[in-house]
Design a protein around this ligand. Structure first.
Ligand code: FE
Ligand code: CA
Length: 548
């Protein structure tokens, strides 16, 4: 397995760190050996935990924050890459020797810092294919977003950073195949909802061990709520509102070594849901007024949340926030194999219908209502007509297929509360004769597999697409393991459900998508095992689920 190979290359014969000379970084006087990097025990702990994908002790998660010597090591939040195309990828890191400092500046002084970066085809960096330097600005909380360009399509790369005399952990990334080619088999894992207090990030660790080519995160990467008592592990501070609050919350989450391992193994394509700002917000409408905020204060909070999101995610500059708005819906092309249409269903949606309740009322069908906003809807419908790849994959946040009880109860935060929006998108799939539409969903903290129906009230209606819903990484805890489909008679298009935490692993080829619903045995115990609860195949040209 590639991961183990990488680990071995970095280890000496007796378990000590290798002393293989590193390629000079352009300035000979600044040459650094790995043995110097790891001269402090605390730093060794941080660096190796971050780099090596082996088992780790839970107790050491935040140990480095208390050590003055360790505080000098600036790469405590790991590395990441994202939004690959066929010749480039975004490389991310953020300097934070004291990541949980309350001012959100991670222990960095008010000065810009030069960060050097390297990309190589090997984890030893024996030869470089790209390199450069970038300024990490205090105003950006010393986050950096490097676009490494001039890369070959459908290729694996390793990358690392250097700043203030330290070398970062090594990340692996890859480019997409060129348009007109399908490239190698694509292993893509997707996930959502990683409430820190609910448990350990076992699912992120198991994702990393899959050695995927690509990871999609569909939102609730952080949660905004205050520290509680008695949880598996605790948030820091009150409900987050200010820019400093959001920055510290990201630092807490990103300090987790299992999360860092998942980032380091593959490029991510991310979209947020509600908790990156506040629970169930709908554009400028909050679900409640707690904590009490004026409109101006809410605008400032959204601005802070989007800014911290950008700072902490491997996004392109096109997603740089502009005050209270951020461009996140976007299309990524994976050669002629897959098109990823990534949606933003929070920033432009109408308020939840039917009084934000749980009972479906007539308002849910109003044609005037939208979950995407008009511009994003037009963009998506246009994109579905492009048909540049075998698979049109719509990565988005909330439950898409119809789901309600016999008595008419349903989630007004899902597409069920925006039925006209759903109908218009589904009509777009039909009108454009989209060959293989697959909707990917998070949010609901349990796994589901659904067939999309032109008419959900008619059991004979044609299946026009497929929806795969990942469970949460941690949110709502261990789960019961039940595979009974709730309200199955009312929702015959729902084919699978399991109440466990985990993620979905997809294996995508020109002839089929295989989806493995991966369940971790527990989130309340660090290091729990993962297993596949069910697998389905979607054959090319035949939307729907075939259990294997
Ligand atoms: Fe969630
Ligand atoms: Ca959510």
């Amino acid at each position: 397995m590639k991961v183990l190979h990488m680990m071995k290359e970095q280890k000496g014969p007796h378990g000590t760190d290798a002393v293989t000379p590193q390629v000079a970084w352009g300035s000979p006087g600044q040459r650094i050996l790995l043995k110097d990097l790891y001269k402090s025990t605390a730093m060794r702990s941080v660096g190796r935990r971050t780099f090596i994908l082996g088992g780790l002790g839970a107790a050491s998660t935040l140990a480095f924050a208390s050590s003055a010597r360790a505080a000098a090591f600036p790469f405590t939040l790991g590395v990441a890459s994202g939004d690959p195309d066929s010749s480039s990828v975004v490389l991310w890191t953020k300097l934070a020797p004291s990541p949980l400092n309350a001012d959100g500046q991670g222990g960095m002084a008010n000065a810009d810092v030069t960060v050097d970066w390297q990309v190589s085809t090997t984890s030893t960096f024996a030869t470089l294919v790209a390199s450069g330097s970038v300024a990490a600005h205090y105003a950006d909380a010393h986050s950096v977003h490097v676009v490494a360009g001039g890369l070959a399509p459908d290729s694996d790369y390793y990358y690392r950073f250097r700043a203030q005399g330290f070398i970062s952990p090594v990340g692996r990334t890859r480019t997409a195949p060129a348009l007109g080619t399908t490239g190698r088999t694509l292993v893509m894992d997707f996930a959502s909802c990683a409430h820190y207090e609910s448990g350990y990030y076992n699912a992120y660790r198991r994702m990393a061990e899959d050695n995927p080519d690509l990871i999609l995160h569909l939102g609730d990467y952080i949660y905004e709520d205050a520290a509680t008592t008695g949880s598996v592990r605790l948030h820091v501070g009150a409900e987050i509102v200010s820019l400093a609050d959001y920055r510290v919350r990201y630092a807490l989450y990103k300090s987790d070594p299992d999360l860092q391992a998942a980032h380091a193994i593959a490029p991510w394509i991310v979209v947020p849901d509600d908790h990156e700002v506040e629970n169930n917000y709908a554009n400028m409408v909050r679900a409640d007024n707690s904590p009490a905020l004026t409109t101006a204060q809410w605008t400032a909070r959204r601005t802070a949340a989007y800014r911290a999101y950008y700072e902490n995610m491997p996004l392109r500059a096109t997603s740089t926030p502009n005050g209270n708005s951020i461009q996140l819906y976007r299309r990524l092309q994976w050669g002629s194999l897959a098109t990823f249409h990534m949606l933003d269903t929070r920033q432009f949606r109408d308020d939840q219908a039917c009084g934000d309740g749980t009972q479906v009322c007539a308002d849910a069908d109003l044609a005037s209502r939208t979950i995407t906003g008009a511009a994003q809807e037009a963009w998506l419908l246009n994109g579905l007509g492009l048909k540049q790849a075998t698979w049109d994959i719509i990565g988005q946040q909330v439950f898409f297929a119809s789901k309600h009880t016999a008595a008419g109860a349903g989630s007004m935060d899902s597409w069920e509360g925006y039925r006209a929006s759903r109908k218009r998108i589904q009509q777009g799939l039909i009108d454009n004769a989209v060959r293989n539409p697959v909707v990917l969903t998070g949010d609901v903290h349990s796994s589901w597999a659904n067939e999309l129906k032109a008419d959900y009230t008619n059991t004979n209606s044609a299946t026009i697409g497929t929806e795969l819903v990942c469970t949460s990484i941690t949110s709502t805890g261990d789960g019961t393991g039940s595979t009974t489909i709730p309200d199955a008679a009312t929702n015959p298009h729902i084919k699978f459900h399991v109440d466990r935490r985990g993620y979905v692993r997809t294996t995508i080829t020109p002839t089929q998508v295989q989806a493995d619903f991966r369940s971790v045995a527990a989130v309340t115990q660090h290091g729990a095992a993962v297993s596949t609860t069910a697998s389905f195949v979607i054959p090319d040209g035949q939307p729907g689920l075939n259990r294997i």
